[in-house]
Design a protein around this ligand. Structure first.
Ligand code: ADP
Ligand code: MG
Length: 370
């Protein structure tokens, strides 16, 4: 068996990394990719790079993924350099191409690899615990979107088509309920009814998009805390990573997913639903951080749907968990019986909690976004 170090040394040798390989070790605890840091000796100076696999089960077209990432990171760095930001190199990922100029390397096992410059003196954290963290993270994603509003050239690749197409997610759930391959639908009637009672929610943003009232922008689509590198010295967000899902879409999908993942104190699969709730102060912190970074480009329609976007994202992910439960747990990994059902109920509880507080959330947006 090849050791990690041998494997990484071999991968590294394919890229435009010209130092002498010293060592490699795994970093991050991502669920999607395997990530390694590797040190190289550049004539007495140690330079660190990141070698990372691209999960081609989740991303059927790794080439398109890398084209998106390369365009986005180049544009960001150019804008930051234009502003004479001395930290431009740390504020964006930098793709290191293969020796032949390709953006990725496919090894003998068919695994796709890419290489980035390592962002040093920065750390990622797993769970949002404080209001300050929520504000910082929302600001980081707002700035990320802001730097990309004017990306020139053709539309980015939609690497996961219809990722946030709530209507298609709804229709798919109804189809699975009808087929009911595991005979599970009857036992989850209440959850299905919960979704059906909210059918109108799924079309709200799609209608605005088709009427041209909601701009098509560039969004991150995985706006978790552990995709934001926090500067060790200043405690500020320095760089957003994990750009696999960067795609065209509405910025509300990013904001909504922050509301979904950051405002509840409970884990996504918590069964004690009394612990699952949208905490208004967390929401306000997200709005504050996001507005500060995004106010230059956000339209009134986008601003007016910030609170709504949280409800939509919780409903949408809840529908996906419920679909998977009824279908027999084919997509999301499960670690216990009814795991996907627990996750779905958890999301639906958040939907209810947001509905109960919708007026207060909207008035927080009106107060804070001025
Ligand atoms: N260029 C980089 N410099 C330093 N650390 C990185 C870099 N890229 C990723 N990481 C670290 O590795 C972790 C996992 O990488 P990520 O791209 O988020 O993969 P996953 O899709 O598995 O979450 C990140 O949370 C971050 O801590
Ligand atoms: Mg990640």
């Amino acid at each position: 068996m090849k050791t990690d170090a041998d494997r990484i040394r071999q991968v590294g040798s394919k890229f435009q990394v010209h130092g002498r390989f010293l060592r490699a070790f795994p970093i991050g605890r991502g669920h999607i990719n395997d990530t390694f840091a590797a040190d190289y000796d550049y004539g007495g100076r140690t330079v660190r790079f990141v070698h990372q696999t691209i999960n081609h089960h989740v991303f059927p077209n790794p080439v398109a993924v890398m084209e998106n990432i390369d365009r986005v990171t180049r544009h960001k760095r150019a804008l930051l350099a234009e502003r004479e930001d001395t930290e431009a190199g740390r504020k964006s990922l930098t793709v290191i191409p293969k020796l032949d100029g390709k953006l990725y390397y496919q090894d003998g096992d068919g695994v796709y690899w890419r290489t980035y410059i390592f962002i040093d003196r920065a750390t990622t954290f797993d769970t949002i615990e404080t209001l300050e963290q929520a504000e910082t993270v929302a600001g980081a994603y707002g700035r990320f979107q802001n730097l990309l509003v004017d990306l020139p050239g053709k539309r980015l690749h939609e690497t996961i088509p219809d990722f946030h197409h709530a209507r298609k997610r709804f229709d798919r759930l109804m189809k699975v309920v009808e087929d009911d391959p595991m005979n599970r639908a009857a036992s989850v009637r209440d959850a299905i009814q919960f979704v059906q009672d909210r059918e109108d929610v799924v079309d709200v943003l799609l209608d605005l998009i088709s009427k041209g009232e909601l701009p098509d922008r560039i969004t991150h689509n995985d706006t978790k805390l552990n995709n934001v590198m926090i500067d060790d010295a200043t405690g500020e967000a320095i760089c957003v990573v994990d750009l696999d899902t960067v795609m065209p879409g509405s910025v509300l999908y990013d904001f909504g997913d922050m509301v979904r993942t950051a405002t509840s104190p409970a884990l996504e699969d918590e069964r004690d639903l009394s612990k699952v709730k949208m905490q208004l102060p967390m929401f306000e912190a997200l709005v504050k951080g996001y507005w500060e970074a995004a106010k230059d480009f956000l339209t009134p329609v986008e601003r007016d749907h910030l609170a709504f976007s949280g409800k939509l994202l919780c409903l949408m992910i809840g529908m996906r968990f419920l679909t998977d439960h009824i279908e027999g747990d084919v997509y999301f990994k499960t670690h216990r019986e009814d795991h996907n059902l627990d996750r779905a109920r958890n999301q639906f509880k958040l939907v209810s909690s947001i509905e109960e507080q919708a007026d207060r959330m909207d008035s927080a947006v009106r107060d804070l976004c001025v």
